[in-house]
Design a protein around this ligand. Structure first.
Ligand code: PLP
Length: 419
């Protein structure tokens, strides 16, 4: 797996004589000592504006909505990790989605994966559709469905792989070839896999979007996002849109994201190791009906995962027997796996998609998409694997006793909607 993570860095700031490893770039890229003080770690430039040396002459920074040195370090490091030229750090993952969609105009048509993040769906349907931009949702596992949705007005194709919560894959290269043939802008939300395990630009994507809230910062302590591309024209449009609309991240959040990136390689290896152990445990457990994890040989797209990913990530979903009551008994009784939305941090989380992340979707549509009431999504953290497995085991024991034997009034599972 490691050789897939040693690819050439196109960023000009990389040392051209030697190809640095992914883990090295995560720590060093754009993060040399501060030239004014020698500070080892990139400082938090907590300032709104920058003083001109004289009229018409600045030091590369003018006003912090446009640029901030802490943010520049994060942007250049992120670009390097995706083997790209340009990065734009944003105030949240959805701010990143917004600035990309902001380059579209009235009349444009977009093809979108039918199981994209709920907040992306809401943004497209409830905000951008009001500006006469049209969206068609397709099953991106099926390349023919993607192709059939192309119209003369189509400008962009947008997908996630693996998807949330069922860990379904799109063939990155097949969509890349299609996008190229039809001159479409091809955007991949790479939040779940991270560039450590998957680099979509190498398969023809033009733009990468991230919620840095998740694995990239990795500690569940910030909200952030990023857009990454090697296309200068797209970069200029996206950068312009961000500066014009204003959703930028503060320097402290950029600092925390940079701090998280330094251990990304380490964390992702550990997330994956634990996820494999958990998935294998679940697969043989009598109370579990089905397990979704691209690293299992039983996953219908395991071969595709091996072709386009160098690892399978830390997200595992499964169906517990006993429907809603089984799921309720499990999620109310785990001790290490905390019941919360979001993912990608060092602490393990679990969620019940049908009543939490995917609650706004009508029940029959949920069932149609495979989001049953027994479905549980795990964000497997980096605690000790045996502790995580023991936690799930005792939770599943409770689930086994749940149907028909409810002693106490069960706690209500909050219907909180797409975050
Ligand atoms: C969380 C998430 C987003 C939205 O990011 P925020 O940082 O919450 O705005 C977008 N896409 C995916 C795949 C996500 O998991």
């Amino acid at each position: 797996m490691s050789d897939a993570n040693t690819n050439q860095c196109n960023n000009e700031q990389c040392n051209n004589d030697q190809v640095l490893d992914f883990a090295t770039r995560a720590i060093h890229e754009a993060q040399g000592p501060d030239p004014t003080t020698g500070a080892l770690i990139t400082p938090i430039f907590q300032t709104s504006t920058f003083v001109l040396e004289e009229l018409g002459k600045n030091k590369g920074y003018q006003y912090a909505r446009t640029h901030n040195p802490t943010r520049t370090a994060l942007e250049d490091c992120l670009a390097s990790l995706e083997n790209a030229k340009y990065g734009v750090a944003c105030a949240s993952g959805l701010a990143a989605v917004s600035v990309v969609a902001g380059i579209l105009k009235a009349g444009d048509h977009v093809i979108v994966g039918e199981d994209v993040y709920g907040g992306v769906y809401r943004l497209f349907e409830r905000v951008f559709s009001r500006y006469d931009i049209r969206f068609t949702y397709v099953n991106t596992r099926n390349i023919d469905e993607v192709e059939a949705a192309i119209t003369p007005a189509t400008r962009l194709v947008w997908l996630e792989t693996p998807t949330n919560p069922l860990l379904r894959l799109a063939d990155l290269k097949a969509v890349g070839d299609l996008a190229k043939a039809h001159n479409l802008i091809y955007v991949v939300d790479n939040t779940f896999a991270t560039p450590y395990f998957q680099r979509p630009l190498e398969f023809g994507a033009n733009v990468i979007v991230h919620s840095t809230t998740k694995y990239l910062s990795g500690h569940s302590d910030i909200i952030g996002g990023a857009v990454i591309t090697s296309d200068e024209e797209l970069y200029e449009q996206i950068k312009f849109t961000q500066n014009a609309t204003g959703a930028v991240p503060g320097p402290f959040d950029c600092y925390l994201a940079l701090r998280g990136l330094k251990t990304l390689a380490l964390r992702m290896r550990e997330h994956e190791r634990n996820a494999i152990a958990v998935a294998q445990f679940l697969e043989q457990h009598g109370q579990v009906q089905e397990v979704y994890y691209p690293g299992l040989t039983s996953h219908p797209q395991h071969d595709l995962a091996k072709r386009q990913m160098s690892g399978f990530g830390g997200m595992v979903s499964f169906v517990v027997k006993g429907g809603l009551e089984g799921a309720r008994a499990l999620v109310n009784n785990t001790r290490l796996f905390q019941l919360a939305e979001s993912l990608g941090g060092v602490k393990s989380l679990l969620c019940h998609p049908s009543s939490m992340t995917h609650a706004p979707i009508p029940r029959d549509v949920q069932e149609h998409c495979g989001i049953t009431e027994g479905l549980i999504r795990l964000s497997v953290g980096i605690e000790g694997a045996s502790d995580l497995i023991a936690d799930l085991e005792q939770g599943l024991d409770k689930a086994a006793k749940a149907p028909g034997s409810i002693k106490a009034e069960p706690k209500a599972v909050a219907l909180v909607g797409a975050r």
